[in-house]
Design a binder for this molecule. Structure first.
Ligand code: ADP
Length: 619
């Protein structure tokens, strides 16, 4: 019994069925149960078989509709058959047979018409409803003009009972339908609420995972930078001090490998920043020649090493000074040039720099500088390299995706460079395009809105570059300051050694301290002109040390410029250090030139002996 009941229940509760289908099943199952009961009851109280014919017909109609809906699986068609036959044939017939408007029949007309709206979907509803209007109008008109065709009930009492019974039954049916619909609604609402809670939980977990990922990547980057600092610093000393060509060549290889490692760490940090929407574009005035010069110089040697020629052609009337994010422009150009060198085995690489006037800036509002021109800076990098396949072109800008891997398996890469390049370009309101042919070469073009500052033009890059080219790469100290005293604070001996060695040629007196306490102690016997202070140190970290220095009773300790020298290169790190009270910020691995420039910025002028071209101290 319970098995049968479960089968019947399935027709009502099956969530795969449309609501109108399930509702129809309720009505049909009720009808299939009630109509035989009524038939037996009618026959039992002695009604003529003729008067039972409509009940038999109704029962058959329910059977046909049920089969159509649940066996043939044409639920809407079953609804149309059920409502058209009942509203336009069966109920009108019963109307004339069972008392017309002096009975409960008008209410049954109404109920059967309501079913049209509940059981049928689509335009068929309107068609069946219009047919109802016509049939019902015909019924009432015919009743009015031919009242004798209506078989009235026995007397007024029978009519009243029929109307009241009609009200009870119809209200019951409508009540059941209403309850069914509200139950469905409540159930769906509860399910939705549950899903929403689940989604919120998942969202929360994702947020936490994302935060954990960012923290992990930031600390990984910090941990990797620290040893690179030692490698780069010591290696720079080898390059400075060695005259042995072999040693210089080994050290140059170390220099290039550390550069690759560092750019990998930077890529991962940048990717995390972009991925979490934290990458900021910070525009400022910059000199275009200097950006192009840096990018060109960086890649020229690498290209030459592979026997490739690297040419830079530019529109000579391009503005010399621009307003935009110099660091990101440099990064985009370097990425494109690096790829061109990486994926070209022979031939040439040509970088073309041009511009067009632009009236519709995307991110650089010129409200604050109405007189300055807006331009679209256009940089294209064309190579005669391996080219990219058609399938490769489709996923070229996806992060962590390397394309044509078989062909490029001997080339190192992470698949991050182009994804970062594209996102940075778009963050600046620009766009990137690529054309490529396998075996022939590729051309990447970026167009980025920038603002021209002033009217000076850059002139021909190659000519300027040739004029300025510095033949040797030998290090030259930029100043000496034998009277200056510098304190370097870092918990790692090797880092202290790196800074000491890098500053050796400035002849400044350099003291070291291996922690915050030692730093404060050093001040007891000396005064310093600059303090280079690491952040992450055990016991008293850089922040706390700075606080103690500023609180110190010693006048000099309070006013010495303190520069953060840290492996923390995360977004916003510089601001945090400056806000905490540091005077400046340098990231590890630190370069000799940067370090000298920073010291020069802060030591008192009277202690500095700047070196003119003539007396440069060649090491
Ligand atoms: P990576 O070079 O680290 O793999 P990129 O995101 O810079 O990552 O480049 C993605 C892929 O695009 C590379 O793996 C390479 O297959 C292809 N690609 C990029 N630039 C060029 C180019 N100039 N010539 C040929 N293929 C290129």
């Amino acid at each position: 019994m319970s098995k049968k009941f479960n089968i019947i229940k399935k027709y009502i509760t099956n969530e795969d069925l449309a609501v109108s289908h399930r509702l129809m099943n309720i009505i049909l199952l009720m009808g299939l149960f009630i109509s035989p009961v009524c038939l037996i009851f009618d026959l039992a109280i002695g009604s003529a078989i003729r008067s039972a014919i409509p009940l038999i017909f109704l029962f058959l109609l329910f059977v046909v509709s049920f089969v159509l809906a649940n066996v043939v699986k044409k639920a809407n068609f079953a609804g149309i058959v059920l409502t058209v036959v009942s509203t336009n044939c069966l109920v009108p017939y019963l109307y004339f047979r069972d008392g017309g408007r002096y009975s409960g029949m008008p209410m049954w007309l109404l109920l059967s018409s309501v079913f049209v709206w509940l059981l049928i979907k689509g335009w068929a509803v309107i068609a069946v409803y219009v047919s109802n209007i016509i049939v019902y109008a015909g019924i009432f008109y015919y009743e009015y003009t031919h009242p004798e065709t209506v078989t009235r009930l026995a007397d007024g009492q029978a009519e009243s009972i029929d109307i009241v019974c009609g009200i009870y039954v119809i209200v019951l049916i409508l009540g059941i339908i209403f309850k069914f619909q509200s139950k469905l609604y409540e159930k769906k609402k509860a399910e939705l609420e549950e899903k929403e809670n689940e989604l919120m939980e998942i969202n929360e977990k994702l947020k936490k995972a994302n935060e954990a990922k960012s923290v992990f990547l930031a600390s990984m980057s910090h941990e990797i930078r620290t040893p690179i600092n030692a490698i780069v610093g010591m290696n720079e000393m080898v390059l400075r001090e060695s005259d042995d060509d072999n040693v210089i060549s080994y050290a140059s290889n170390i220099e290039s490998a550390s550069g690759t490692l560092l750019s990998l760490v930077n890529d991962i940090l940048d990717f995390t920043k972009i991925d979490s929407g934290l990458m900021e574009i910070i525009p400022d005035d910059y000199e275009l020649y200097s950006v192009l010069n840096d990018c060109y110089t960086l890649l020229e040697l690498r290209a030459a090493g592979k026997g490739l020629s690297l040419e830079l052609v530019n529109a000579p009337d391009i503005p010399a000074n621009l307003y935009g994010d110099e660091i990101r422009i440099r990064q985009i150009i370097t990425n494109l040039l690096t790829n061109a060198v990486k994926y070209t085995d022979n031939g040439s690489i040509t970088m073309t720099v041009g511009f067009t006037e632009n009236d519709t800036p995307l991110y650089l509002s010129n409200e604050d500088a109405p007189n300055e021109r807006l331009i679209d800076l256009r940089v294209s990098v064309k190579d005669t390299g391996r080219g990219i396949s058609e399938t490769g072109l489709k996923s070229l800008f996806n992060s962590f995706t390397r394309v044509d891997e078989k062909k490029n398996k001997n080339i190192e890469g992470t698949g991050l460079g182009l994804a970062i390049t594209k996102q940075l370009t778009e963050l600046m309101g620009g766009r990137i395009d690529v054309t490529s042919q396998e075996g022939v070469g590729s051309e990447f073009t970026v167009v980025i809105p920038q603002r021209a500052v002033g009217n000076a033009t850059m002139g021909d890059f190659s000519e300027r570059f040739r004029r300025k080219k510095n033949a040797g790469r030998k290090y030259k100290v930029s100043f000496v300051a034998p009277e200056a005293r510098i304190l370097v604070v870092d918990d790692l001996e090797v880092n202290l050694k790196v800074v000491t060695m890098l500053l050796k040629n400035t002849e400044a007196k350099i003291d070291t301290a291996t922690g915050g306490e030692a730093c404060l102690k050093a001040y007891e016997s000396n005064d310093y002109d600059v303090v280079l202070l690491d952040h992450m140190m055990p016991e008293m970290d850089g922040m706390e040390t700075l606080k103690q220095l500023k609180k110190s009773k010693k006048y000099m300790a309070k006013r010495t410029p303190v520069v953060a020298l840290t492996a923390n290169a995360t977004l916003g790190a510089e601001k945090i250090y400056l806000d905490t009270g540091f005077d400046d910020y340098l990231t590890k691995p630190v370069k000799g030139e940067e370090l000298e420039a920073m010291i020069l910025k802060y030591i008192p002028e009277e202690l500095v002996k700047k070196l003119s071209q003539g007396d440069e101290n060649e090491e």
